[in-house]
Design a protein around this ligand. Structure first.
Ligand code: ARG
Length: 578
């Protein structure tokens, strides 16, 4: 639709110049003024002429009438002035032939805007804390992060996906202590991350005590844990070996979930990687006179910017979360020379990012404005909030497993003879969770209701994957058809479908501009809706003549291309058969 809008805008500008040859107006400005009317009676596109009143010093009604007079562009079937609006009705055949030709020619690249040529984006997402459970709170950063990566890649950016593992810190001292006290090798080898999480929960309980369970607090254990971490920092071989092993075990678990989602990272450099890169940045802060000592700790005062101070060093000289983020950003700038660095985390970390972004700016790094924080809201399940501290969490793995199991049950009833049933149930189950999650504006808090996510009739993942499979089966049944024959569009549903398919690119642009994958899920629902209305109202294989049948098959093929490309942007698998 971008190029159609441009064509129309140029024609409007030409009309305006005929009447007022010194008007300062360009096609880009007019194109941005074009709107999609809420009601089809008002056309497919409309120009609200009051937007031109000032420039042309004329009334909207007058402008609309003048532009409409003798207006003629090949893609426009009819155009009329109504109450200060210039309403445009597009030509169905033109739209259909355009989308069919472009989707055919560009294939997997259809809908891709040309935004990122020669530019690099680094994306920091998922980034779980090792040996702590990978729970549904991580769903957001993982799938929003990956969608943003896919969107940028689609638009031609070079992308670097970074999993900034939380792989350093006092929690490892605790884990080492717990392992030596209660753990054993075979069990950890066998049960993997579950055994580690158990040890971690147990040691935390022992350190802080648990009134309910009658366990008294044990501060000596906390000291022990701190000492073990200190040994790690000093490079103690045994502790480092244990730490590496814990990281490996945790990663192996995360990889299973990433594989289900089709996610791969380009870098797993976690927090530990930056330990030796922080001193230089701390020195720089000191040299610039930005560090202030406050109660023994080193901070950067941000009062002037309406924020609490950013903590750089604790009283004992140890570094903090912001210190590491600053060092990591500098390293990434030097390594990848990014044009944009995106961080996806829960909104709970918004202040942290605002603070250290400001510090980077104050340090004089001229790329500070290229840092982008993308926050998202909380997730609850059937109304219940997550409680991480008590170990009462829902693991992502289990959430996926439940969804897959339920889908398998539904499929057993619907289509018991389907080949490759297990794989398909996995794709649809995982897809259902992802689609449901990404259907909301990312900043909104979500209440996850499994039944809603899995419904085959609602606005869900299964519904859109089913629609994709429907395009595949129509095309398979249709077989070869004449792709060079002239098109014949006879129904409003065909025009509507073509029009919807042509809006893919501008939705991709919008999703990238706003860092909002939900733009794509909503668009996919629009396409699925338009395709299903077309499918139900227009007989494809039994069309009244060959020309109409060819047109409908070609439209189906274009719909398949668009759905498939859009699925790829939001971690959804293309399911050929359901
Ligand atoms: N590991 C952190 C957590 O689980 C998220 C890291 C986000 N990325 C960053 N560069 N701070 O809360």
């Amino acid at each position: 639709m971008i190029s159609i809008k441009k064509m129309i805008a140029e024609a409007i500008v030409a009309r305006v110049l005929e009447i007022k040859n010194d008007a300062e107006l360009d096609a880009l400005t007019v194109s941005a003024m074009l709107e999609y009317p809420p009601d089809a009676k008002m056309g497919d596109l409309a120009l609200p002429c009051f937007k031109l009143s000032k420039i042309l010093r004329s009334s909207p009604v007058k402008i609309a009438e003048t532009v409409a007079e003798g207006f003629s562009v090949p893609c426009v079937a009819k155009a009329e002035a109504v109450n200060g609006y210039f309403n445009i009705f597009l030509d169905g055949e033109y739209l259909a032939s355009k989308v069919i030709a472009e989707a055919r020619e560009k294939g997997a690249k259809y809908g891709a805007p040309d935004l990122g040529e020669g530019k690099t984006v680094v994306l920091d997402y998922s980034s779980p804390n090792v040996a702590k459970p990978f729970h549904i709170g991580h769903l957001g950063t993982t799938v929003i992060g990956h969608s943003l990566k896919m969107l940028h890649e689609f638009a031609g950016y070079k992308c670097v996906g970074i999993n900034y593992l939380g792989d350093w810190g006092t929690q490892f001292g605790k884990l080492i202590t717990a392992y030596r006290k209660w753990g054993n090798k075979e069990e950890v080898e066998q049960r993997g991350i579950d055994a580690l999480v158990e040890l971690y929960v147990r040691v935390n309980n022992a350190i802080s005590g648990n009134e309910e369970q009658g366990i008294p607090a044990d501060p000596a254990l906390a000291d022990e844990a701190r000492a073990e971490f200190h040994k790690m920092e000093e490079g103690d071989e045994e502790n480092i070996a244990l730490w590496k092993w814990f990281v490996e075990i945790s990663l192996a678990e995360y990889q299973k979930t990433y594989a289900q989602l089709g996610i791969e990272f380009d870098s797993y450099k976690g927090e530990s990687f930056y330990t030796d890169k922080m001193p230089a940045e701390v020195q720089k802060l000191r040299d610039k006179g930005l560090l202030k000592i406050d109660d023994g700790a080193s901070i950067v005062d941000l009062e002037e910017y309406g924020m609490p101070p950013c903590l750089i060093l604790k009283r004992d000289g140890s570094t903090l979360y912001p210190t590491r983020d600053i060092a990591a950003a500098v390293y990434r700038k030097n390594t990848y020379n990014f044009d944009k660095a995106i961080y996806v985390t829960s909104a709970g970390q918004s202040l942290h990012f605002a603070q250290w972004f400001k510090v980077v700016e104050l340090m004089g790094y001229d790329w500070a404005d290229k840092l982008v924080h993308v926050p998202y809201g909380t997730v609850s399940i059937n109304g219940a909030k997550l409680a991480t501290r008590t170990g009462n969490v829902i693991l992502l793995r289990d959430l996926f497993a439940t969804a897959i199991e339920k889908v398998a049950g539904i499929m057993d009833e619907k289509n018991p003879n389907l080949a490759n049933k297990e794989k398909i149930a996995e794709q649809i189950g995982v897809g259902a969770v992802v689609f449901y999650y990404l259907s909301n504006n990312r900043i909104r808090d979500i209440n996850f209701v499994m039944e809603d996510a899995l419904s085959f009739d609602g606005n869900t993942g299964p519904y859109v994957q089913y629609t994709y499979a429907r395009t595949c089966s129509v095309l398979e049944k249709g077989g070869e058809y004449d792709r060079s024959a002239a098109l014949c569009v006879t129904t409003p549903e065909e025009t509507e479908l073509a029009k919807t398919l042509l809006r893919f690119e501008e939705n991709v642009v919008d999703a990238i501009d706003t860092y909002e994958p939900s733009v794509i899920t909503r668009y996919i629902l629009d396409v699925a809706g338009a395709f299903n209305r077309f499918y139900h109202n227009c007989s494809i294989l039994g069309a009244e003549n060959e020309q109409i049948k060819n047109t409908r098959l070609a439209l189906t093929e274009a719909a398949k291309t668009v759905l498939g490309n859009a699925f790829g942007l939001i971690c959804l698998t293309k399911t050929e058969k359901v």
